[in-house]
Design a protein around this ligand. Structure first.
Ligand code: V47
Length: 345
């Protein structure tokens, strides 16, 4: 592609004047989306925190630091879906830990039950890390697991488990779980099936700016091949209750710069999400001027990031959320999970 930002140029963007960089990213955002800020009415469900893997940054999985194990029954999960359906939620985002004590049907059967009873509900479920775990644990190929997901009603894949693709950093923070190459391979296979997914980046821990750019470049390469990513989501590292000790938490300035750099480098990924759960709502609103055009959704309840200190356990009230977007000068547009517009609020 002509005028593409290369690695060295991307790195230099960080040294630009803060507001000039913001303006560049904002121009790209406005070219793609004008003043629209997308969100959806969704619910996160995290059905188990029992995990066979040990990631240093994770405060969610049951360990010595969090001895409270839980595994929800299908009945409990369906009860939650029934409640959110009556409240108008259009997407259920289901992500679990890697639980070796439950059956493959516990993971897959719930999707079929939700799809049968609520055919209009979009199911975004199973990160590539879970796909890799299920494949290893149950002796299946990635193709088998992905086909089972489709057969059982999964509509799209969330972007979790990408963390940081750099192998050295990855070895330090989450050794033993899905590798970068495997993560990319799983999403490639998913896209080849005509399906869409998201991609995240966990930042603000031990990674360098170079590692972030490298992560973005690997995403850009796969997107050139498949076009299957809807959205890039930089997740700000939350520091509490885990085994990854960081002396200096990342600054708001560096978070916004990273958003802006991502908007400019990922020229082929249509949407950039400021995930308010990890950035705070206030910073997510500012990020709208640094390239972000999506604020995820109302969420209602979230367990993974809130376990590590994010103030997201109870979601946000829809009317407050849309008022904040409007008051910050943007147009709140409710979208579905595949970014079709539903309603301008
Ligand atoms: O993969 C774990 C991250 C992710 C911490 O696809 C942490 O639309 C910060 O992937 N600090 C799960 N982050 C959440 C996720 C996600 C969220 C919202 C939308 C979408 C989407 C995907 O949370 C994990 C991991 O990278 N995480 N621990 C922590 N201490």
């Amino acid at each position: 592609m002509k005028n593409r930002i290369d690695f060295e140029t991307a790195l230099k963007l960080y040294d630009m004047d803060f507001f000039e960089l913001g303006n560049l990213a904002d121009a790209k955002r406005q070219e793609l989306h004008g003043k629209k800020t997308y969100f959806n009415i969704n619910r996160h469900i995290n059905p188990t925190n029992v995990c066979a893997d040990v990631c240093k940054f994770c405060a969610y999985s049951a360990t010595r630091k969090n001895p409270n194990q839980y595994t929800m029954s299908h009945e409990d999960i369906l009860k939650t879906v029934a409640e959110i359906d009556t409240r108008g939620a259009k997407e259920v985002h289901i992500v679990s830990a890697h639980n070796p004590n439950v059956t493959l049907d516990w993971y897959m059967g719930i999707f079929k039950k939700i799809k049968t009873q609520y055919p209009h509900m979009h199911i975004k479920a199973l990160t590539a890390a879970e796909v890799d775990f299920l494949s290893r644990h149950h002796g299946l190929s990635y193709d088998d697991v992905l086909d089972l997901m489709i057969e059982n009603g999964v509509d799209s894949m969330p972007g979790g488990g990408a963390e940081i693709f750099d192998e050295k950093v990855r070895d330090n923070i989450c050794k033993g779980k899905v590798t970068s190459e495997q993560w990319i391979e799983i999403h490639r296979k998913w896209h080849e099936r005509g399906k869409k997914s998201n991609v995240t980046m966990l930042f603000g821990h031990i990674e360098s700016r170079e590692n972030r750019i490298d992560h973005m470049m690997r995403i850009r390469n796969l997107q050139d091949e498949t076009g299957g990513f809807n959205c890039f989501i930089p997740l700000v590292y939350q520091t509490e209750n885990n085994y990854l000790k960081i002396d200096k938490p990342i600054t708001a300035n560096e978070i916004l710069k990273t958003m802006a750099v991502a908007r400019l480098v990922l020229d082929n990924v249509p949407n950039l999400k400021a995930y308010w759960v990890t950035s705070t709502v206030n910073l997510a609103l500012v990020a709208q001027e640094f390239g972000a055009n999506d604020l995820d959704g109302t969420i209602e309840k979230e367990s993974i990031n809130s376990a590590a200190g994010a103030k997201s356990a109870n979601g946000v009230v829809l009317e407050d959320f849309t008022a904040l977007i409007k008051n910050s000068g943007f147009t709140p547009v409710e979208r579905d999970s595949l970014y079709n517009e539903i309603k301008v609020w």
